[in-house]
Design a protein around this ligand. Sequence first.
Ligand code: UDP
Length: 477
Amino acid sequence: NNMAEEEEGEAGGHHVLLLPGPMQGNVNSMMKLAQLLALHHFHITFLTTDFIHRRLHRFADIHSLSQTYPNLEFKTISDGLPDDHPRSGNNALADLYSSMNSHAKPLLRDFILSQTAAKPKITCLIGDGFLGGLTADVADEVGIPVIHFRAISASCFWALFCAPNLFESNELPIRGEEDMDRIISNLPGMENILRCRDLPSFYRGTESNLVDPLKSTVFDCHQTLRARGVILNTFEDLDGPLLSQMRLKFLQVFAVGPLHAHAKTTPSTSSFWEEDRSCLTWLDSQPLKSVLYVSFGSIATVTRERLMEFWYGLVNSKKRFLWVIRPDMVAGKDNDERVAAELEEGTKERGFIVGWAPQEEVLAHKAIGGFLTHSGWNSTLESLVAGVPMICWPCFADQQINSRFVSEVWKVGLDMKDLCDRDVVEKMVNDLMVHRREEFLKSAQAMATLAHKSVSPGGSSYSSLHDLVEFIKSASR
Ligand code: UDP
């Protein structure tokens, strides 16, 4: 008790500002970090954009979160985009990135300065590495330490960080479609694992659409050299070889993940959409590990043609499925609620479609036997923790590299990147759910055990979180 009180007294004097990148996955993982730090008695301000705050207010349970954690406060700044500007789809990330960098920078600085009267005043910034330059600049200006948080996978962060070497050794750029299967050798910690097609999506495409996003993402990764350390949502048993390489470059590397698997964090506290919990009731009536969960995350959009290929593939596989089709998921003008309704009509026999699911709870449900995913990092970790094997259909950012690790390094699923036709979908579903079921379930469950071990007392992420807590106290003294 004395020790707890001592810690409370000590950490209670520190006020940590968390600034997530303005995307669902980033907010989800940083919200878990916020909870964990609040449990360690820090005073926490969780700063989101007005747009996100409105969503959280409507669809997430931030009210009860504030009650559970009286030392966790929510504040907002503008992301600089008009209210009706799309926040999903192919250009959303680039738009958010540039508008945050131009508009949000002075707002963030002013916000921190305006808090000098706060009790206690802000002593440390944990800023999303997506906004690496912005957060490092502002921290310098106001004179507080910054630690970067990366919501993407360690493998993607590292591959982006190493981009200049890849250009130097002539392994980049990718020279067109016929070059896609060439093996990349010059990535320390992951030599000869990736093909060109497995590199982060920023490396793809023609010179004109490649250079800008690549430059800014690589640029922001290098900004982490200015931070006191970097926090990654991964664990030693998953990414050990990469983490050892990163420790040669960065001052401190805190591998504290999977964040949502630490005891006492709560699921579903930060959804931007209304969760349709009826799918949990539907799952209750399905046989053990019989259902494939299908979701492409919060940002990816698909054309109507592709959606139909998935639909036919799923239906022809004769397996049960639970499919998330977000209201804004179908690209272009075909996007309309009728798409989901039409598919649903033809799906009733074995399928269930929702607009947004309570994903952590879905993946933990005993009826789930597989996950057809776009390989976003949060989805990947959530699947690993639940011991659910994956079929990966990556779209952009870190998804291409995550899916390669799922299939070739961790061997917990299949990678169908760059393919989208009904026969492939049908075959992959049957391979995962029938022919190679035991093999995949066994390796997925073994990885889940390691994940849980890492966040339990004595585990690597458990200790790393403790190190982070001590580090924040000493860095912000
Ligand atoms: N998610 C959810 N319900 C859904 C679909 C997604 O709660 O129906 C959550 C999911 O659990 C994950 C996040 O949204 O935490 C998506 O993040 P991820 O990194 O997987 O992909 P992104 O959306 O960033 O592409």
